[in-house]
Design a protein around this ligand. Structure first.
Ligand code: PLP
Length: 389
């Protein structure tokens, strides 16, 4: 299978991810942080090492501020629902994933919301965020890179805008962690949500929330933390305050191996490879009549995600044909981001999305271009159900 669905979850993982998980379960599978025996301590060390490795990657000065979550959605829910109070105003953009827009929609009766409109290529003018700030603005939440168009948002500039203003800056790094440079201090980010299972190459069921020093959120869950057991309420210490219940320690072990792979290989080497494949695909696709690509132009910074239409063909059928006839896994549909499709003008047509990883090759890209030429000429009537909406 040629796998171009890395924006949903990355595959394959580096071999050491599964090896580390197997070894963890076989040798250290006790509950970390709950007991004093050697196996529990060994499991705790694996968890701590993963925290430290993630802190290093993101320039987080204190690894206790790395909170493990289920995925990016879980981290975003903890951040958004924990930071906002009734009467607060929040600013977001028209390119967000449902993991941002749905928690905000759920709070609509108690907060007010400004959705800053992005340009048709998905780009955001940071001045528009500044204009939207009100006296009661508490939170700004933006994605770092769009999961539909690959457009990179001006996170650094927004960080400059919020500096010293008492605003909470939340960044959704679902499509950038492990690919683009992120420095939470330099970018002035208060809360950073990331999946462990995409660019960081860990297994599904892993995610992270970085919690900066300026924020103190209401915890989303309360319960056993293995510490401060006589306190009637949730302990204030990090990371326990936000990590009630048994951790996904085997997943975190695999995530540690994934992050170590990313650090060892080098973010710039990974990014350059993935962006070279993206450029190769776009250049080739631009030579195929009937393919229309959405998103930033060639000279603009982007993530290795590219979405397109094959004119006159049903998007779901194109995705289905690529899977069934050509062994290519991609995603076709709305990508859980209807606002982004409204911005790009593709809510009705939907889009086929290719998203590349470090393990994809130029030959795979060239083959996919040949397949798209072929698909353009064929009748797709027999293909059903290729769309995720
Ligand atoms: C931009 C963006 N935000 C959030 C998410 C949610 O990530 P997860 O599946 O880890 O919850 C995704 C998933 O694709 C995404 O692309």
């Amino acid at each position: 299978m040629i796998y171009f669905d890395n924006a949903a979850t990355s595959w394959p993982k580096p071999p050491e991810v599964a090896e580390t998980m197997h070894c963890f379960l076989a040798e250290k599978g006790a509950n970390p942080g709950r007991s004093g025996h050697r196996m529990s301590l060994a499991a705790g060390k694996v968890v701590d090492d993963t925290r430290a490795s993630i802190a290093h990657l993101l320039s987080i000065p204190d690894s206790d501020r790395v909170i493990f979550t289920l995925n990016a959605t879980d981290a975003l829910n903890t951040a958004i629902k924990g930071a906002l109070k009734p009467g607060d105003h929040v600013i977001t953009t028209s390119m967000e994933h449902n993991s941002v827009t749905r928690p905000l929609y759920g709070l609509r009766k108690v907060i007010s919301l400004t959705k800053v409109r992005c340009a048709p290529d998905g780009s955001l003018e940071p001045g528009e965020i500044k204009k939207a700030v009100r006296i009661n603005t508490r939170v700004i939440v933006v994605t770092h890179a769009s999961n539909v168009s690959g457009t990179v948002m001006p996170v650094r500039e927004i960080g400059e805008l919020v500096r010293g203003k008492g605003l909470v800056f939340i960044v959704d790094a679902a499509q950038s962690a492990g690919i683009l440079d992120i420095d939470v201090q330099d970018m002035n980010i208060d809360l950073l949500a990331l999946p462990g299972h995409k660019g960081l190459m860990g297994p599904p069921g892993t995610g992270v929330l970085y919690m900066g020093e300026r924020v103190n959120l209401r915890p989303f869950r309360e319960g056993g933390t293995g510490s401060h057991s006589t306190d009637p309420g949730q302990p204030e210490v990090l990371p326990e305050k936000y990590e009630s219940g048994t951790l996904n320690s085997v997943g975190i072990a695999g995530l540690g191996a994934g992050v170590d792979f990313v650090r060892r290989t080098g973010l710039n080497i990974i990014r350059e490879h993935e962006l070279e494949l993206t450029r190769r695909f776009i250049e080739g696709a631009n030579r195929i009549a009937g393919i229309r690509i959405y998103g930033p132009g060639p000279q603009t910074e982007r993530a290795p995600v590219v979405s397109f239409l094959l004119e006159g063909k049903d998007t779901g059928a194109v995705g289905g044909a690529l899977d069934k006839w050509y062994n290519i896994a991609c995603r076709a549909g709305l990508h859980c981001a209807p606002d982004a499709h409204r911005t790009l003008g593709t809510l009705e047509s939907k889009l086929v999305r290719f998203s590349f990883s470090y393990f994809n090759t130029p030959d795979e890209v060239d083959y996919s271009l040949q397949c798209l030429r072929d698909v353009r000429e064929r009748d797709l009537a027999e293909i059903t159900g290729g769309c995720n909406c």
